[in-house]
Write a protein that binds this ligand. Structure first.
Ligand code: ADP
Ligand code: ADP
Ligand code: ZN
Length: 215
C-alpha cells in the first residue's frame, strides 16, 4: 500500500497513520517527525529547518524532497509506505512522482481529510505528545488516563512549540496557499479520495480501512 494522507495541520494524519502502521506493517513517513528529530539532534539540516518551523512556514522544498527521496529507498518501504505531511507543495508532488517512477513504484491512493478551520485550531491547541515514546493525545478528544502522563510509558506529555495559537493560524494560512492546491492535483490524476475528517477518530479510521480494502 503506497499512500499519501493529505490534509491541513490538525486534520488527523498522524493519528490515522499510526494505526495503519500496525495494521499494514508499512512505515509512516512523517517529514515533520524527521525534521523535529533533526532539530533535536542539532544536525546541519535541523539547524537550517528550525527557523522555518518555529515561524510556522514551510522548510524549503529541496530539503524535504531530499529527506523523502532517501527515506523511500530504505528496505522497509518495499511493501509500501504512508506519507504524512509530504508533499505540501506542487514542486514536492512533482518530485515525488519522479522519485517513485525512478524506483518503478506508483502511488495507490491519496486520502484527503477535510476539517473546518476552527476545529483545526482547537485540535492543535489541545494536541499533546509523549516526550518519550511519541504517542499522541488530545486534552479533550483523546485524553490520557492520568492528566499529562503517557498511558503507554508513564513519561510526561509535552506540547509542540508550534502549537501556539498565533503559529497555528500562520500554518493554516500556509496550508491554504501552498498545500490545498494538491487536492486538485491528485484529483486530476484520479488518485484522490475525500473523507470527512470532522468525524470521531474511530469513524475516520473505519472509512480509511474501507477505502484501502477497495484498492
Ligand atoms: P502538522 O502535524 O501540524 O501537520 P508537521 O509535523 O507535519 O505538522 O510539520 C511541522 C512543520 O515541519 C511544518 O510546519 C513545516 O515547517 C515543517 N514541514 C513538515 N513537512 C514539511 C514539508 N513536506 N514541506 C515543508 N515543510 C515541512
Ligand atoms: P495532523 O497529523 O494531521 O497534524 P494529528 O493526528 O496530530 O493531526 O491530530 C491533531 C490533534 O487532533 C491530536 O491531538 C489528535 O489527538 C486530535 N484528533 C485527531 N483526529 C481527530 C478526530 N477525528 N476528532 C477529534 N480529534 C482528533
Ligand atoms: Zn509514552
Amino acid at each position: 500500500m503506497k499512500l499519501i494522507l493529505l490534509g491541513p495541520p490538525g486534520a488527523g494524519k498522524g493519528t490515522q497513520a499510526k494505526t495503519l502502521v500496525d495494521e499494514y506493517g508499512i512505515p509512516q513517513i512523517s517529514t515533520g517527525d524527521i525534521l523535529r528529530a533533526a532539530v533535536k539532534e542539532g544536525t546541519e539540516m535541523g539547524l537550517k529547518a528550525k527557523a522555518f518551523m518555529d515561524a510556522g512556514g514551510l522548510v524549503p522544498d529541496e530539503v524535504v524532497i531530499g529527506i523523502v527521496r532517501d527515506r523511500l529507498q530504505h528496505d522497509d518501504c518495499a511493501k509500501g509506505f504512508i506519507l504524512d505531511g509530504f508533499p505540501r507543495t506542487v514542486p514536492q508532488a512533482d518530485a515525488l512522482q519522479s522519485t517513485l517512477s525512478g524506483l518503478q513504484k506508483e502511488l495507490d491512493l491519496v486520502i484527503s481529510l477535510a476539517v473546518d478551520g476552527e476545529a483545526l485550531v482547537e485540535r492543535l491547541a489541545g494536541r499533546r505528545a509523549c516526550g518519550s515514546c511519541g504517542r499522541g493525545y488530545h486534552v479533550s478528544y483523546e485524553p490520557p488516563k492520568k492528566s499529562d502522563v503517557c498511558d503507554v510509558c508513564g513519561a510526561a506529555l509535552v506540547q509542540r512549540a508550534d502549537d501556539q495559537e498565533e503559529t497555528i493560524r500562520k500554518r493554516l494560512a500556509v496550508y491554504d496557499e501552498q498545500t490545498a492546491p494538491l487536492i486538485a492535483y491528485y484529483r486530476g490524476c484520479g488518485l484522490l479520495r475525500e473523507l470527512d475528517g470532522m468525524k470521531p477518530i474511530d469513524e475516520v479510521r473505519t472509512r480509511i480501512s474501507d477505502l484501502l480494502k477497495a484498492v
